[in-house]
Design a protein around this ligand. Structure first.
Ligand SMILES: [Zn+2]
Length: 406
């Protein structure tokens, strides 16, 4: 359980690079944002007693939101694991199933390690896919819940029950997903309904049926590109509208959207917006980037995530969402200030809905999740991803100067 200091005021910070302000905090939420008063009484130097934190004029951003993670399958904190096995989605699935047990995956210790590293770099809310399959059943979800609870609110975690090994092709998995939804998982996941299960209609009907019965969201990994991917998004749009699940359905990756010819892309993006479908990207190097501006203009909210972090799929990934924001901005060709600010919003305030929050920003009523960095302005922070000087989550100091306090 955390003993991190409770915050009452974060003084002298620059929210989103604006004028110096004081953030007042109570019960884990921001209650007021007022102009900083330098003439006010001398600061306490001991936040453990009165909860006043000196922000030293640093740039303040909302806590970063990792909208697509896999915190159950990392080997962060363990000795190096060399890459092995075959490539491709099927090859990585097989390799992971063959070797996860020897690494203690899923396990509370590995999940704690990756969550603590996330907190250290300013992530305060995560939507994590968690493997549900015939081998581990729902154990991974229990593990992630236990690890998140052990951090005492330093990071908010939403769960997607994720059928990494397929749905229909593994009889019994659909029932496990239904059990997960009944037991409190916020979303059910899917995986390439066409290329993995080879039956996109039945996989999606199964997932959407669970969503309707249990009031959970749907979040489908869709690597299938071009027309095959677009077709499956169309199937999701139809089912979203039919089930009244607007705002509850997400396409993860969705490389197809970036690959379509302009007119087809425009039609699909407009239909996604009308159905309230969202997207998450992990800004992968080498893929055609998503048309971020077109998506946002159409009302398709886009979240940014790390995907796997140092796991049996890939040795890459550190969980640092600000570094990933730099990557998203570069891949998207962003150079103008307003575009760089957009990238920062994708990684924080605009991702509220991906973690079940009505608001996640430096405004009254939002959770007191704040990251301070020594940067001139938001564009400077996005291109440089400086060290996180202070991380506050739920009104508590959870990391300071690169050190986790929980
Ligand atoms: Zn993923």
């Amino acid at each position: 359980m955390t003993t991190s200091p409770r915050v009452s005021t974060i003084r002298n910070v620059r929210p989103w690079g604006g004028p110096a302000a004081d953030l007042h905090v109570a019960d884990g939420a921001i209650t007021a944002v007022v102009p900083h008063d330098p003439a006010a009484a001398a600061l306490s130097t001991d936040p453990s007693t009165d909860g006043v934190v000196d922000g030293k004029g640093l740039l303040a951003l909302p806590g970063l939101v990792n909208a697509h993670a896999h915190v159950d399958k990392s080997w962060w904190g363990k000795p190096w694991v060399s890459y092995g096995g075959e490539g491709g989605t099927q090859g990585r699935i097989a390799h992971e199933r063959a070797h996860r047990d020897e690494l203690g995956i899923p396990g509370v210790d590995v999940t704690l390690a990756v969550l603590r590293e996330s907190v250290r770099t300013g992530t305060t809310a995560v939507r994590s896919h968690v493997d549900v399959d015939l081998g581990v059943g729902l154990r991974g979800i229990e593990v992630v819940r236990e690890a998140a609870a052990a951090l005492g609110g330093a990071v908010h975690v939403e769960i997607v029950a994720f059928p990494q090994d397929g749905v229909l092709r593994r009889p019994g998995v659909l029932e496990l997903l239904e059990q997960a939804a009944a037991a409190g998982a916020e979303h059910v996941g899917g995986l390439d309904p066409a290329s993995i299960d080879r039956d996109p209609v039945r996989q999606l009907d199964g997932l959407f049926g669970i969503a309707e019965r249990h009031g959970v969201g749907v979040d489908v990994h869709l690597h299938d590109g071009g027309d095959l991917g677009a077709f499956q998004i169309e199937l999701m749009i139809e089912r979203t509208l039919r089930a009244g699940l607007q705002g509850r359905v997400n396409v993860a990756h969705g490389f197809a959207v970036g690959q379509l010819a302009p007119s087809r892309q425009a039609d699909l993006v407009a239909a996604m917006g009308e159905a309230g479908i969202t997207m998450t990207t992990v800004a992968p190097i080498g893929a055609v980037p998503l048309p971020l501006h077109a998506l946002r203009d159409a009302g398709v909210d886009v979240g940014l995530g790390t995907d796997g972090i140092r796991d049996l799929w890939s040795p890459y990934g550190t969980g640092d969402l600000l570094t990933l924001t730099t990557q998203l901005a570069r891949l998207s060709g962003f150079r103008h200030d307003e575009d760089l600010v957009t990238a920062a919003r994708v990684a924080s305030s605009d991702a509220a809905r991906f973690v079940g929050r009505p608001v996640h920003d430096l405004v009254p009523g939002a959770p007191a999740d704040v990251v301070l960095v020594d940067a001139e302005n938001v564009p400077d922070a996005v291109v440089r991803a400086p060290r996180r000087a202070l991380v506050v989550a739920g009104g508590r100091v959870v990391a300071r100067d690169g050190e986790v306090l929980v």
